[in-house]
Design a protein. Sequence first.
Length: 322
Amino acid sequence: MDHDDLGLRRVVVPTGAAPIVVHAGRRSGSPVATILLHGAAGSWRTWRPMIAASDQLRLPLSDVVAVDLPGWGETPGPVPEPAEIAVAVAGVARALGYPRWRVVGHSLGGVIALDVAARFPRETVAVGVVSPSGAGARAVARRPFRQAPRLPWLAGMVLAMRVLRGLGPLARPLLRLLRRTGALHSLSRPLFRHPESVDRSVTDDLADEIRPSAFLSAAHLSRAHDDGVWRRISCPVRSVRGAGDVFVAERDARQWERLMRDYDDRVLEESGHFAHVEQPVETLRALREVWAADRAPASRGRGGRSGGASARRAGFRADARS
């Protein structure tokens, strides 16, 4: 499944951080973009199952701006500071003609999505995060040996990335070998709750997107991130994560609920770290208020519900046949 099959086109948008490659399209006439931000060791392609699932439901995601973040996919590095990435993402949406946006991010992309909302509260109508990286993940990135008991699988990934970086030019042939033999599919088991049901093309994509230097640079830059800036977020924030997610600390969700005034967290029992890949339909439904948001509503208080009839044509748009 390529971008053409999903009604998207490849666009390169110059920004202060890098010339960012995006796959955009499916315009509905709405002034609100649906920005999709992938995680580390990913690219815009990790969103393809969810976009395709929205079409199968006859509730197609529209006004899609699926970004390859600096250092991954087709966007060159180096990896910038998180605040610089947030400004660049907003600049991409504006360059494509969208004055407002809903932004959805996975893992590292979830942190960037929240940073976008904190820096641009008037323009951001809603935020969706899928297994966002929190303080627990950053603690492991700083001291993988000492913090390994908190998130052992993540500590193992950090150490593996260090080894791959140390291999230099030998890392890529090794990854290709693991991909050809199918070993990489087995090694990706910690990412998914039911890896046997995940199409091998998904893990092949992950093999292409493993960038040890970019991963470690992002982990290093995120160590000093101040989550307190998220108190500025004025729009609804909806979170979804898998019960089998070995990369997200349980306490992170409790901390975020204290930081953000309208935050709700859903857990999918049959998913791991990639809920939008393993359970795309359920992820779409868990984030339904994000797709429905058109204009930033007045706060409804902690845990409140939001969205509204004014947004029927935005984001998660009802097909006339349904």
